[in-house]
Design a protein around this ligand. Structure first.
Ligand code: FES
Length: 574
Protein backbone atom coordinates (compact mmCIF):
# COMPACT_ATOMS: atom_id res chain seq x y z
CA UNK A 1 0.00 0.00 0.00
CA UNK A 2 1.39 3.41 -0.89
CA UNK A 3 0.88 6.48 1.23
CA UNK A 4 -2.47 8.23 0.78
CA UNK A 5 -2.55 10.65 -2.12
CA UNK A 6 -2.04 14.24 -0.99
CA UNK A 7 -5.14 16.34 -1.65
CA UNK A 8 -4.63 18.69 -4.54
CA UNK A 9 -4.23 22.27 -3.48
CA UNK A 10 -7.01 24.68 -4.24
CA UNK A 11 -4.73 26.84 -6.39
CA UNK A 12 -4.23 23.92 -8.77
CA UNK A 13 -7.84 24.39 -9.91
CA UNK A 14 -6.39 27.46 -11.60
CA UNK A 15 -2.73 26.75 -12.25
CA UNK A 16 -2.82 23.00 -12.79
CA UNK A 17 -5.11 23.29 -15.82
CA UNK A 18 -4.28 22.49 -19.43
CA UNK A 19 -5.38 24.31 -22.55
CA UNK A 20 -6.89 27.74 -22.74
CA UNK A 21 -7.89 27.95 -19.06
CA UNK A 22 -4.41 27.15 -17.74
CA UNK A 23 -2.91 29.62 -20.20
CA UNK A 24 -5.18 32.40 -18.88
CA UNK A 25 -4.47 31.66 -15.22
CA UNK A 26 -0.67 31.42 -15.57
CA UNK A 27 0.21 33.74 -18.41
CA UNK A 28 -0.85 37.03 -16.85
CA UNK A 29 0.95 36.19 -13.59
CA UNK A 30 4.09 35.45 -15.59
CA UNK A 31 4.04 39.12 -16.57
CA UNK A 32 5.43 39.78 -13.09
CA UNK A 33 8.43 37.60 -13.89
CA UNK A 34 7.19 34.46 -12.17
CA UNK A 35 8.87 31.35 -13.61
CA UNK A 36 6.78 28.36 -14.70
CA UNK A 37 7.67 26.27 -11.63
CA UNK A 38 5.80 28.72 -9.38
CA UNK A 39 2.66 27.01 -10.69
CA UNK A 40 3.83 23.47 -10.01
CA UNK A 41 1.57 22.72 -7.05
CA UNK A 42 3.37 24.63 -4.33
CA UNK A 43 1.17 26.45 -1.77
CA UNK A 44 0.01 29.81 -3.01
CA UNK A 45 -0.16 32.31 -0.18
CA UNK A 46 -2.22 35.46 -0.32
CA UNK A 47 -0.87 38.39 1.67
CA UNK A 48 -3.89 40.51 2.45
CA UNK A 49 -2.55 44.04 2.86
CA UNK A 50 -4.27 47.02 4.49
CA UNK A 51 -1.45 49.45 3.61
CA UNK A 52 -2.64 52.96 2.86
CA UNK A 53 -1.32 56.47 3.34
CA UNK A 54 -4.76 57.19 4.73
CA UNK A 55 -4.09 54.59 7.43
CA UNK A 56 -0.80 55.87 8.91
CA UNK A 57 -0.84 53.14 11.57
CA UNK A 58 -0.39 50.61 8.74
CA UNK A 59 2.07 52.78 6.79
CA UNK A 60 4.91 50.22 7.04
CA UNK A 61 2.91 47.29 5.68
CA UNK A 62 4.56 47.27 2.25
CA UNK A 63 7.92 46.55 3.90
CA UNK A 64 6.31 44.06 6.28
CA UNK A 65 4.79 42.22 3.32
CA UNK A 66 8.26 41.86 1.77
CA UNK A 67 9.44 40.01 4.89
CA UNK A 68 6.40 37.75 4.74
CA UNK A 69 7.23 36.99 1.11
CA UNK A 70 10.81 36.08 2.02
CA UNK A 71 9.47 33.53 4.46
CA UNK A 72 6.96 32.13 1.99
CA UNK A 73 9.66 31.66 -0.68
CA UNK A 74 12.03 30.09 1.86
CA UNK A 75 9.40 27.51 2.76
CA UNK A 76 8.65 26.68 -0.87
CA UNK A 77 5.48 28.69 -1.35
CA UNK A 78 4.38 31.28 -3.90
CA UNK A 79 3.34 34.61 -2.29
CA UNK A 80 0.86 36.94 -3.94
CA UNK A 81 0.08 40.21 -2.19
CA UNK A 82 -3.30 41.84 -2.62
CA UNK A 83 -4.93 44.99 -1.24
CA UNK A 84 -8.25 45.39 0.47
CA UNK A 85 -9.98 48.55 1.60
CA UNK A 86 -8.05 50.03 4.49
CA UNK A 87 -9.74 51.69 7.46
CA UNK A 88 -7.76 54.54 8.98
CA UNK A 89 -9.43 55.12 12.30
CA UNK A 90 -8.46 58.77 12.59
CA UNK A 91 -9.43 59.80 9.05
CA UNK A 92 -12.53 57.93 7.97
CA UNK A 93 -15.94 59.58 8.41
CA UNK A 94 -18.51 59.15 9.76
CA UNK A 95 -16.76 56.25 11.54
CA UNK A 96 -14.49 53.41 10.44
CA UNK A 97 -16.91 51.00 12.08
CA UNK A 98 -19.47 51.72 9.34
CA UNK A 99 -17.10 49.92 6.97
CA UNK A 100 -15.86 47.00 9.09
CA UNK A 101 -18.40 44.63 7.59
CA UNK A 102 -17.85 46.02 4.08
CA UNK A 103 -14.13 45.28 4.33
CA UNK A 104 -14.88 41.83 5.68
CA UNK A 105 -16.86 41.20 2.47
CA UNK A 106 -13.95 42.53 0.43
CA UNK A 107 -11.58 40.14 2.23
CA UNK A 108 -13.89 37.15 2.03
CA UNK A 109 -14.64 37.50 -1.65
CA UNK A 110 -11.03 38.37 -2.55
CA UNK A 111 -9.78 35.19 -0.91
CA UNK A 112 -12.47 32.89 -2.24
CA UNK A 113 -12.35 34.25 -5.78
CA UNK A 114 -8.60 33.87 -6.18
CA UNK A 115 -6.13 30.97 -6.51
CA UNK A 116 -5.08 30.97 -2.85
CA UNK A 117 -4.32 28.07 -0.52
CA UNK A 118 -3.45 30.05 2.59
CA UNK A 119 -3.56 33.65 3.75
CA UNK A 120 -1.51 36.04 5.86
CA UNK A 121 -3.56 38.94 7.21
CA UNK A 122 -1.65 42.22 7.72
CA UNK A 123 -3.62 44.08 10.37
CA UNK A 124 -3.01 47.08 12.58
CA UNK A 125 -5.29 50.07 12.93
CA UNK A 126 -8.44 49.26 14.91
CA UNK A 127 -10.95 47.96 12.37
CA UNK A 128 -8.39 46.43 10.05
CA UNK A 129 -8.03 43.53 12.50
CA UNK A 130 -11.63 42.40 12.98
CA UNK A 131 -12.59 43.03 9.36
CA UNK A 132 -9.79 40.82 8.04
CA UNK A 133 -10.35 38.09 10.62
CA UNK A 134 -14.10 38.06 9.95
CA UNK A 135 -13.72 37.87 6.19
CA UNK A 136 -11.06 35.15 6.35
CA UNK A 137 -13.12 33.15 8.86
CA UNK A 138 -16.01 32.98 6.41
CA UNK A 139 -13.67 31.24 3.94
CA UNK A 140 -11.78 29.16 6.52
CA UNK A 141 -8.50 28.51 4.74
CA UNK A 142 -5.22 28.13 6.67
CA UNK A 143 -4.65 31.68 7.89
CA UNK A 144 -2.18 33.57 10.08
CA UNK A 145 -2.63 37.04 11.47
CA UNK A 146 0.32 39.42 11.57
CA UNK A 147 -0.19 42.70 13.38
CA UNK A 148 1.80 45.77 12.46
CA UNK A 149 2.78 46.48 16.05
CA UNK A 150 2.44 49.58 18.19
CA UNK A 151 4.21 52.85 17.44
CA UNK A 152 7.01 54.13 19.68
CA UNK A 153 5.97 55.64 23.01
CA UNK A 154 4.75 59.21 22.77
CA UNK A 155 6.96 61.71 24.57
CA UNK A 156 6.20 65.37 25.17
CA UNK A 157 8.45 67.60 27.25
CA UNK A 158 10.08 64.61 28.86
CA UNK A 159 6.84 62.86 29.77
CA UNK A 160 5.23 59.83 28.18
CA UNK A 161 1.97 60.57 26.39
CA UNK A 162 -0.20 57.80 25.05
CA UNK A 163 -2.18 57.68 21.81
CA UNK A 164 -5.76 58.77 22.28
CA UNK A 165 -5.57 58.77 26.06
CA UNK A 166 -3.22 61.78 25.95
CA UNK A 167 -5.41 63.60 23.44
CA UNK A 168 -8.51 63.15 25.55
CA UNK A 169 -6.69 64.27 28.70
CA UNK A 170 -5.04 67.30 27.08
CA UNK A 171 -8.18 68.44 25.27
CA UNK A 172 -10.04 68.46 28.59
CA UNK A 173 -7.16 70.60 29.98
CA UNK A 174 -7.59 73.06 27.09
CA UNK A 175 -11.32 73.24 27.78
CA UNK A 176 -10.65 73.76 31.49
CA UNK A 177 -8.13 76.51 30.67
CA UNK A 178 -5.08 74.73 32.11
CA UNK A 179 -3.29 74.07 28.77
CA UNK A 180 -2.77 76.57 25.95
CA UNK A 181 -3.71 75.93 22.34
CA UNK A 182 -0.03 76.34 21.36
CA UNK A 183 1.04 73.64 23.82
CA UNK A 184 -1.72 71.38 22.57
CA UNK A 185 -0.57 71.72 18.94
CA UNK A 186 3.06 71.17 19.94
CA UNK A 187 2.04 67.86 21.52
CA UNK A 188 0.57 66.62 18.20
CA UNK A 189 4.01 65.92 16.76
CA UNK A 190 5.21 64.30 19.97
CA UNK A 191 2.58 61.60 20.31
CA UNK A 192 2.64 59.44 17.14
CA UNK A 193 6.42 59.24 16.75
CA UNK A 194 6.60 56.37 14.29
CA UNK A 195 4.52 54.17 12.07
CA UNK A 196 2.49 51.64 13.97
CA UNK A 197 -0.78 51.51 15.81
CA UNK A 198 -1.80 53.42 18.94
CA UNK A 199 0.63 52.49 21.70
CA UNK A 200 -1.85 52.55 24.58
CA UNK A 201 -3.99 49.52 25.35
CA UNK A 202 -6.56 50.89 22.92
CA UNK A 203 -8.54 48.89 20.44
CA UNK A 204 -5.62 48.18 18.09
CA UNK A 205 -3.39 46.80 20.86
CA UNK A 206 -6.34 44.97 22.36
CA UNK A 207 -7.18 43.30 19.05
CA UNK A 208 -3.52 42.44 18.39
CA UNK A 209 -3.55 40.76 21.82
CA UNK A 210 -6.78 38.98 20.94
CA UNK A 211 -5.19 37.70 17.72
CA UNK A 212 -2.30 36.28 19.74
CA UNK A 213 -4.29 34.71 22.56
CA UNK A 214 -6.83 33.26 20.13
CA UNK A 215 -3.89 31.40 18.63
CA UNK A 216 -4.21 33.17 15.28
CA UNK A 217 -0.65 34.58 15.26
CA UNK A 218 2.82 33.48 16.22
CA UNK A 219 3.76 34.28 19.85
CA UNK A 220 4.85 37.88 20.58
CA UNK A 221 2.60 39.30 17.87
CA UNK A 222 0.81 41.73 20.17
CA UNK A 223 3.56 43.92 21.53
CA UNK A 224 6.71 44.03 19.35
CA UNK A 225 6.96 47.70 18.31
CA UNK A 226 6.22 48.40 14.66
CA UNK A 227 9.73 49.66 13.94
CA UNK A 228 11.63 47.02 15.94
CA UNK A 229 13.62 44.61 13.76
CA UNK A 230 11.96 41.76 15.60
CA UNK A 231 8.66 42.73 13.95
CA UNK A 232 10.29 42.09 10.55
CA UNK A 233 11.62 38.77 11.79
CA UNK A 234 8.15 37.83 13.00
CA UNK A 235 6.84 38.66 9.52
CA UNK A 236 9.43 36.39 7.91
CA UNK A 237 8.66 33.54 10.31
CA UNK A 238 4.95 34.06 9.63
CA UNK A 239 5.64 33.63 5.92
CA UNK A 240 7.47 30.39 6.54
CA UNK A 241 4.81 29.05 8.85
CA UNK A 242 1.79 29.70 6.61
CA UNK A 243 3.29 27.43 3.95
CA UNK A 244 3.59 24.63 6.49
CA UNK A 245 0.04 25.28 7.66
CA UNK A 246 -1.27 24.76 4.15
CA UNK A 247 0.57 21.44 3.99
CA UNK A 248 -0.94 20.51 7.38
CA UNK A 249 -4.38 21.82 6.36
CA UNK A 250 -4.49 23.76 9.63
CA UNK A 251 -7.55 25.92 9.05
CA UNK A 252 -8.96 28.81 11.11
CA UNK A 253 -11.81 26.68 12.41
CA UNK A 254 -9.32 24.36 14.13
CA UNK A 255 -7.87 27.32 16.05
CA UNK A 256 -10.94 29.48 16.69
CA UNK A 257 -12.78 27.20 19.10
CA UNK A 258 -15.11 28.13 21.93
CA UNK A 259 -12.23 27.59 24.37
CA UNK A 260 -10.02 29.96 22.40
CA UNK A 261 -12.69 32.66 22.67
CA UNK A 262 -12.97 32.00 26.41
CA UNK A 263 -9.21 32.54 26.70
CA UNK A 264 -9.59 35.79 24.78
CA UNK A 265 -12.34 37.10 27.06
CA UNK A 266 -10.25 36.37 30.15
CA UNK A 267 -7.17 37.91 28.61
CA UNK A 268 -9.09 41.04 27.72
CA UNK A 269 -9.79 41.48 31.43
CA UNK A 270 -6.17 40.88 32.40
CA UNK A 271 -4.86 43.44 29.90
CA UNK A 272 -7.55 46.06 30.64
CA UNK A 273 -8.58 45.73 27.00
CA UNK A 274 -11.02 47.76 24.96
CA UNK A 275 -14.79 47.39 25.08
CA UNK A 276 -14.58 47.21 21.29
CA UNK A 277 -13.22 43.69 21.61
CA UNK A 278 -16.69 42.64 22.76
CA UNK A 279 -18.31 43.64 19.48
CA UNK A 280 -15.52 42.32 17.29
CA UNK A 281 -15.19 38.93 18.95
CA UNK A 282 -18.95 38.38 18.96
CA UNK A 283 -18.95 39.06 15.22
CA UNK A 284 -15.92 36.84 14.61
CA UNK A 285 -17.46 33.98 16.59
CA UNK A 286 -20.57 34.31 14.45
CA UNK A 287 -18.51 33.93 11.29
CA UNK A 288 -16.70 30.79 12.42
CA UNK A 289 -19.78 29.19 13.99
CA UNK A 290 -18.76 29.36 17.66
CA UNK A 291 -21.66 30.04 20.04
CA UNK A 292 -20.73 33.17 21.99
CA UNK A 293 -23.03 35.66 23.63
CA UNK A 294 -22.69 39.03 25.30
CA UNK A 295 -23.27 37.66 28.80
CA UNK A 296 -20.26 35.33 28.36
CA UNK A 297 -18.07 38.40 28.73
CA UNK A 298 -19.41 39.05 32.19
CA UNK A 299 -19.63 35.42 33.30
CA UNK A 300 -16.11 34.51 32.15
CA UNK A 301 -14.11 37.69 32.49
CA UNK A 302 -15.59 40.19 34.90
CA UNK A 303 -14.13 38.68 38.05
CA UNK A 304 -10.57 38.63 36.72
CA UNK A 305 -8.13 41.34 37.76
CA UNK A 306 -6.27 43.66 35.41
CA UNK A 307 -2.55 42.86 35.62
CA UNK A 308 -1.26 45.08 32.87
CA UNK A 309 -0.24 48.54 34.00
CA UNK A 310 -0.88 50.29 30.68
CA UNK A 311 -2.83 53.42 29.79
CA UNK A 312 -5.75 54.05 29.81
CA UNK A 313 -6.22 51.82 32.88
CA UNK A 314 -2.65 52.25 34.19
CA UNK A 315 0.64 53.99 33.63
CA UNK A 316 2.85 52.51 30.90
CA UNK A 317 2.73 52.03 27.11
CA UNK A 318 3.05 49.13 24.65
CA UNK A 319 6.82 49.49 24.25
CA UNK A 320 7.13 48.94 27.99
CA UNK A 321 4.86 45.91 27.69
CA UNK A 322 7.10 44.34 25.06
CA UNK A 323 10.28 44.96 27.05
CA UNK A 324 8.58 43.44 30.12
CA UNK A 325 7.91 40.20 28.26
CA UNK A 326 4.83 40.95 26.18
CA UNK A 327 1.66 38.95 26.06
CA UNK A 328 3.28 35.52 26.67
CA UNK A 329 4.53 36.76 30.06
CA UNK A 330 1.10 38.06 30.98
CA UNK A 331 -0.63 34.87 29.86
CA UNK A 332 1.78 32.84 31.93
CA UNK A 333 0.64 34.80 34.98
CA UNK A 334 -3.01 33.83 34.36
CA UNK A 335 -2.23 30.25 33.31
CA UNK A 336 -4.67 28.81 35.83
CA UNK A 337 -7.54 30.63 34.13
CA UNK A 338 -6.76 29.56 30.57
CA UNK A 339 -7.53 26.55 28.41
CA UNK A 340 -3.92 25.63 27.77
CA UNK A 341 -4.68 22.89 25.26
CA UNK A 342 -5.96 25.27 22.58
CA UNK A 343 -4.13 24.78 19.30
CA UNK A 344 -2.35 27.81 17.85
CA UNK A 345 -1.11 28.54 14.34
CA UNK A 346 2.45 27.47 15.10
CA UNK A 347 1.16 23.95 15.67
CA UNK A 348 1.77 24.10 19.40
CA UNK A 349 -0.77 24.61 22.14
CA UNK A 350 -1.17 27.92 23.93
CA UNK A 351 0.24 26.27 27.04
CA UNK A 352 3.37 25.15 25.21
CA UNK A 353 3.84 28.64 23.78
CA UNK A 354 3.80 30.39 27.14
CA UNK A 355 5.32 27.73 29.41
CA UNK A 356 8.71 29.42 29.71
CA UNK A 357 7.73 33.02 29.04
CA UNK A 358 9.78 35.28 31.34
CA UNK A 359 8.57 38.54 32.91
CA UNK A 360 11.25 41.23 33.09
CA UNK A 361 9.30 43.98 34.82
CA UNK A 362 6.59 43.16 37.32
CA UNK A 363 5.54 46.78 37.66
CA UNK A 364 4.36 46.68 34.04
CA UNK A 365 3.05 43.10 34.13
CA UNK A 366 1.78 42.66 37.64
CA UNK A 367 1.24 39.35 39.41
CA UNK A 368 -2.17 38.00 40.38
CA UNK A 369 -1.23 38.87 43.95
CA UNK A 370 -0.57 42.51 43.04
CA UNK A 371 -2.99 43.55 40.27
CA UNK A 372 -3.64 47.14 39.25
CA UNK A 373 -7.43 46.58 39.46
CA UNK A 374 -9.58 43.84 40.90
CA UNK A 375 -12.55 42.53 38.90
CA UNK A 376 -11.52 44.43 35.78
CA UNK A 377 -13.31 42.62 32.97
CA UNK A 378 -16.31 43.84 31.04
CA UNK A 379 -19.50 44.13 33.06
CA UNK A 380 -22.77 43.53 31.20
CA UNK A 381 -25.74 45.52 32.49
CA UNK A 382 -29.37 44.58 32.08
CA UNK A 383 -32.53 46.45 32.99
CA UNK A 384 -35.40 48.22 31.33
CA UNK A 385 -32.93 50.65 29.75
CA UNK A 386 -30.88 47.83 28.20
CA UNK A 387 -33.03 44.69 27.87
CA UNK A 388 -30.47 43.07 25.56
CA UNK A 389 -27.50 44.40 27.49
CA UNK A 390 -25.08 47.29 27.76
CA UNK A 391 -21.41 47.19 28.71
CA UNK A 392 -19.08 49.12 30.98
CA UNK A 393 -15.36 48.76 31.59
CA UNK A 394 -15.02 49.10 35.36
CA UNK A 395 -11.22 49.32 35.20
CA UNK A 396 -11.55 52.62 33.32
CA UNK A 397 -14.36 53.97 35.53
CA UNK A 398 -14.41 55.91 38.81
CA UNK A 399 -15.10 53.47 41.66
CA UNK A 400 -17.34 56.02 43.41
CA UNK A 401 -19.65 56.22 40.39
CA UNK A 402 -20.15 52.50 39.85
CA UNK A 403 -23.31 52.83 41.97
CA UNK A 404 -25.05 56.05 41.06
CA UNK A 405 -28.55 57.43 40.76
CA UNK A 406 -29.20 60.72 39.05
CA UNK A 407 -31.30 62.80 36.65
CA UNK A 408 -30.80 62.41 32.92
CA UNK A 409 -29.51 65.19 30.72
CA UNK A 410 -30.49 64.01 27.26
CA UNK A 411 -28.83 64.69 23.92
CA UNK A 412 -30.84 63.49 20.92
CA UNK A 413 -27.77 62.95 18.73
CA UNK A 414 -24.10 63.91 18.56
CA UNK A 415 -24.84 67.26 16.87
CA UNK A 416 -27.23 68.17 19.68
CA UNK A 417 -24.52 67.24 22.18
CA UNK A 418 -21.84 69.33 20.47
CA UNK A 419 -24.19 72.31 20.13
CA UNK A 420 -25.06 72.44 23.84
CA UNK A 421 -22.30 70.90 25.95
CA UNK A 422 -20.21 74.09 26.20
CA UNK A 423 -23.25 76.25 26.99
CA UNK A 424 -22.79 77.70 30.47
CA UNK A 425 -26.59 77.77 30.84
CA UNK A 426 -26.91 73.98 30.37
CA UNK A 427 -28.70 72.57 33.40
CA UNK A 428 -26.28 69.92 34.55
CA UNK A 429 -24.22 69.13 37.60
CA UNK A 430 -21.87 66.35 38.66
CA UNK A 431 -24.76 64.14 39.79
CA UNK A 432 -26.46 64.28 36.39
CA UNK A 433 -26.28 61.36 34.01
CA UNK A 434 -25.46 62.31 30.43
CA UNK A 435 -27.53 60.34 27.91
CA UNK A 436 -26.67 60.30 24.21
CA UNK A 437 -29.07 58.75 21.67
CA UNK A 438 -28.90 57.68 18.03
CA UNK A 439 -25.22 56.74 17.89
CA UNK A 440 -25.70 52.96 17.61
CA UNK A 441 -25.22 50.68 14.57
CA UNK A 442 -28.31 51.94 12.74
CA UNK A 443 -28.59 55.36 14.29
CA UNK A 444 -25.20 56.89 13.45
CA UNK A 445 -25.00 54.80 11.21
CA UNK A 446 -21.98 52.68 12.14
CA UNK A 447 -21.89 52.98 15.93
CA UNK A 448 -19.31 55.72 16.35
CA UNK A 449 -16.81 56.07 19.22
CA UNK A 450 -18.56 59.01 20.81
CA UNK A 451 -19.81 57.39 24.00
CA UNK A 452 -17.21 58.99 26.28
CA UNK A 453 -18.77 62.41 25.97
CA UNK A 454 -16.50 65.26 27.11
CA UNK A 455 -17.69 66.91 30.32
CA UNK A 456 -19.16 70.44 30.41
CA UNK A 457 -16.46 73.10 30.88
CA UNK A 458 -18.19 74.57 33.93
CA UNK A 459 -17.85 71.22 35.72
CA UNK A 460 -14.26 70.70 34.53
CA UNK A 461 -13.39 74.06 36.07
CA UNK A 462 -14.87 72.82 39.34
CA UNK A 463 -12.41 69.95 39.22
CA UNK A 464 -14.95 67.29 38.18
CA UNK A 465 -13.15 64.68 36.08
CA UNK A 466 -15.80 61.99 35.61
CA UNK A 467 -19.56 61.62 35.33
CA UNK A 468 -21.87 58.76 34.42
CA UNK A 469 -22.51 58.69 30.69
CA UNK A 470 -24.87 56.33 28.85
CA UNK A 471 -25.29 55.80 25.12
CA UNK A 472 -25.75 53.28 22.33
CA UNK A 473 -22.35 54.31 20.95
CA UNK A 474 -18.93 52.72 21.39
CA UNK A 475 -15.91 54.40 22.91
CA UNK A 476 -12.31 54.42 21.85
CA UNK A 477 -10.23 51.81 23.61
CA UNK A 478 -7.90 54.63 24.61
CA UNK A 479 -10.69 56.39 26.50
CA UNK A 480 -11.74 56.19 30.11
CA UNK A 481 -14.53 57.20 32.46
CA UNK A 482 -17.76 55.81 33.93
CA UNK A 483 -19.22 55.23 30.53
CA UNK A 484 -22.03 52.81 29.72
CA UNK A 485 -21.86 51.76 26.09
CA UNK A 486 -23.48 49.54 23.43
CA UNK A 487 -26.94 49.95 24.97
CA UNK A 488 -29.12 47.45 23.18
CA UNK A 489 -31.55 47.79 21.53
CA UNK A 490 -30.24 51.16 20.37
CA UNK A 491 -32.39 54.29 20.24
CA UNK A 492 -32.79 54.23 16.44
CA UNK A 493 -34.18 50.69 16.69
CA UNK A 494 -36.79 51.83 19.19
CA UNK A 495 -34.95 50.80 22.35
CA UNK A 496 -35.93 52.30 25.70
CA UNK A 497 -32.98 54.68 25.28
CA UNK A 498 -35.06 56.52 22.67
CA UNK A 499 -37.69 57.30 25.31
CA UNK A 500 -35.49 58.89 27.99
CA UNK A 501 -36.29 62.53 28.74
CA UNK A 502 -34.49 65.27 30.66
CA UNK A 503 -34.92 64.83 34.39
CA UNK A 504 -35.82 61.12 34.29
CA UNK A 505 -34.05 59.32 37.10
CA UNK A 506 -31.62 56.59 36.05
CA UNK A 507 -30.06 54.04 38.38
CA UNK A 508 -26.65 52.59 37.49
CA UNK A 509 -25.61 49.68 39.67
CA UNK A 510 -22.53 48.01 38.22
CA UNK A 511 -22.00 45.57 41.12
CA UNK A 512 -25.68 44.56 40.73
CA UNK A 513 -25.34 44.60 36.88
CA UNK A 514 -28.40 46.82 36.59
CA UNK A 515 -29.31 49.79 34.41
CA UNK A 516 -32.78 51.04 35.21
CA UNK A 517 -34.87 53.96 34.03
CA UNK A 518 -37.26 54.95 36.83
CA UNK A 519 -40.24 55.57 34.56
CA UNK A 520 -43.38 53.44 34.72
CA UNK A 521 -44.20 50.91 32.02
CA UNK A 522 -47.41 52.83 31.26
CA UNK A 523 -45.52 56.08 30.73
CA UNK A 524 -42.93 54.33 28.57
CA UNK A 525 -45.73 52.82 26.44
CA UNK A 526 -47.26 56.26 25.99
CA UNK A 527 -43.91 57.74 24.96
CA UNK A 528 -43.29 54.83 22.60
CA UNK A 529 -46.62 55.48 20.85
CA UNK A 530 -45.38 58.99 20.01
CA UNK A 531 -41.89 57.92 18.93
CA UNK A 532 -40.80 58.00 15.29
CA UNK A 533 -37.48 56.58 14.08
CA UNK A 534 -34.85 58.99 12.78
CA UNK A 535 -34.41 59.18 8.97
CA UNK A 536 -32.34 56.33 7.52
CA UNK A 537 -29.93 56.33 4.53
CA UNK A 538 -31.64 55.65 1.19
CA UNK A 539 -28.86 54.38 -1.08
CA UNK A 540 -25.53 52.65 -1.40
CA UNK A 541 -23.54 50.89 1.28
CA UNK A 542 -25.10 52.91 4.11
CA UNK A 543 -28.57 51.68 3.13
CA UNK A 544 -27.45 48.08 2.79
CA UNK A 545 -25.73 48.39 6.16
CA UNK A 546 -28.71 49.88 7.98
CA UNK A 547 -31.09 47.36 6.41
CA UNK A 548 -29.01 44.40 7.58
CA UNK A 549 -26.89 45.38 10.59
CA UNK A 550 -27.57 43.48 13.78
CA UNK A 551 -27.65 45.07 17.20
CA UNK A 552 -24.54 45.54 19.33
CA UNK A 553 -25.18 42.58 21.62
CA UNK A 554 -24.88 40.32 18.55
CA UNK A 555 -21.65 41.93 17.31
CA UNK A 556 -23.12 44.40 14.80
CA UNK A 557 -22.38 42.13 11.85
CA UNK A 558 -24.74 42.10 8.88
CA UNK A 559 -27.33 39.35 9.23
CA UNK A 560 -26.48 38.16 5.70
CA UNK A 561 -22.80 37.72 6.62
CA UNK A 562 -23.10 35.56 9.72
CA UNK A 563 -21.48 32.17 9.08
CA UNK A 564 -19.34 31.35 6.07
CA UNK A 565 -19.50 30.20 2.48
CA UNK A 566 -16.30 28.16 2.60
CA UNK A 567 -13.40 27.88 0.21
CA UNK A 568 -14.98 26.03 -2.72
CA UNK A 569 -13.55 27.05 -6.06
CA UNK A 570 -16.04 29.18 -8.03
CA UNK A 571 -16.98 28.46 -11.68
CA UNK A 572 -14.58 29.38 -14.46
CA UNK A 573 -14.87 32.88 -15.84
CA UNK A 574 -13.55 32.17 -19.31
FE1 FES B 1 -4.83 53.55 14.15
FE2 FES B 1 -5.25 54.03 16.81
S1 FES B 1 -5.68 55.31 15.11
S2 FES B 1 -4.50 52.27 15.82
Amino acid sequence: MGSPKKPQLRSQSWFGREGKQGFYYRSWLKSAGNPHDMFDGRPVIGICNTWSELTPCNGHFRELAEFVKRGVYEAGGFPLEFPVMSLGETQILPTAMLFRNLVSMDVEESIRANPLDGVVLLMGCDKTTPSLLMGAASVDLPTIGLSGGPSLSGNWRGKQIGSGTGVIHMSEMVRAGTLTQEEFIEAEACMQRSKGSCMTMGTASTMASMVEVLGMSLPDNAAIPAVDSRRSRLAQLTGRRIVEMVREDLRMSKVLTRNAFENAIKTNAAIGGSTNAVIHLLALAGRIGVPLKLDDWDELGSKLPCLLNLKPSGQFLMEDFFYAGGLPALLREITDHLHLDCLTVNGQTLGENIADAPCWNNDVIRSLADPIRLEAGIAVLHGNLSPDGAVIKPSAASPALLRHRGPAVVFENIEDFKARIDDEALEIDENSIMVLKNCGPRGYPGMAEVGNMPLPPKLLRKGITDMVRISDARMSGTAYGTVVLHTSPEAAAGGTLALVRDGDIIELDVPGRRLHLEVSDEELAARRAQWTPPPAPTRGWAKLYVDHVQQAHLGADLDILVGGSGADVPRDSH
